[in-house]
Design a protein around this ligand. Structure first.
Ligand code: AP5
Length: 220
């Protein structure tokens, strides 16, 4: 089982890079934000709780996300491992993940940190668009679709995420970067952290992540 955690501030590029890493390693992407947004859309009890926090740019409480995410990680399609996008987000989540993996004789093999200065992220999020059907990620400035407003991959309409308003983005930065740094420290202390400069163009960030993955995991 190969478990790779993808870390980064809101807008650092996790959702852009996770599918590429997943294809490279032949494992699925498990994205906590997508899981929560699906619950909000489906109007489940989890979605109702999550929406209260997400709409204010706050992390949902550990007790709301941890069991659900670890249950997802235990599903059949992740027996060979997974790329974790957006989880863990707090030291408590990181410890819960370590315990769950240890119980399966496994561990986090690699934590990849996409490092981007906070002040550049607000502008990036303002020009982000995602597709309505599957959440494929675009940027009207740095990564536009072939046809304006239409997803290249599934033809659905491109929309702005509700939490991408400038006010919510600033709240996300203020509230989520300090716990992210705790998680970065956790993996640094475990000796599995590798950082990549997320200021580079998308394809260069991809190259850096794949090189670190191959080097650290010994992928041929
Ligand atoms: P989530 O969906 O995980 O959002 P996030 O972490 O804030 O990350 P984003 O999806 O906003 O950004 P990203 O890093 O994926 O960047 P992207 O690739 O899109 O979480 C949403 C909410 O759910 C949270 O706020 C929280 O409330 C809750 N939540 C989720 N997980 C939780 C957890 N574990 N615990 C508690 N609460 C949780 O890229 C951004 C833009 O930049 C795109 O337009 C892209 O095209 C562009 N771009 C990407 N790379 C580059 C580049 N190198 N150069 C130029 N542009 C680039």
């Amino acid at each position: 089982m190969t478990v790779v955690v993808l870390l980064g501030a809101p807008g650092a590029g996790k959702g852009t890079q996770a599918p590429i890493l997943a294809e490279h390693l032949g494992v699925p992407v498990l994205a906590s934000g997508n899981l929560l947004r699906a619950a909000v859309s489906a109007r489940t009890a989890l979605g109702a709780v999550a929406d209260r926090y997400m709409s204010r740019g706050q992390l949902v409480p550990d007790e709301t996300i941890v069991d659900i995410f670890l249950e997802r990680l235990a599903a059949d399609d992740a027996t060979g491992g997974a790329i974790l996008d957006g989880f863990p987000r707090t030291r408590g989540q990181a410890r819960a993940l370590d315990r769950a993996l240890a119980a399966r004789g496994s561990r986090v093999d690699l934590a990849l940190h996409i490092d981007v200065p906070e002040e550049l992220l607000v502008a990036r999020m303002a020009s982000r668009r995602i597709c309505a059907a599957n959440g494929h990620v675009y940027n009207i400035a740095s990564n536009p679709p072939l046809v304006a407003g239409v997803c290249d991959l599934d033809g659905s309409a491109l929309i702005q995420r509700e939490d991408d308003s400038e006010e919510t983005v600033r709240a996300r930065m203020a509230q989520q970067i300090p716990p992210l740094m705790d998680v970065v420290d956790h993996y640094r202390a475990n000796g599995v952290l590798r950082s990549v400069d997320g200021l580079r163009p998308i394809d260069e960030v991809t190259a850096g992540l794949l090189a670190a993955t191959d080097r650290e995991l010994g992928v041929a």
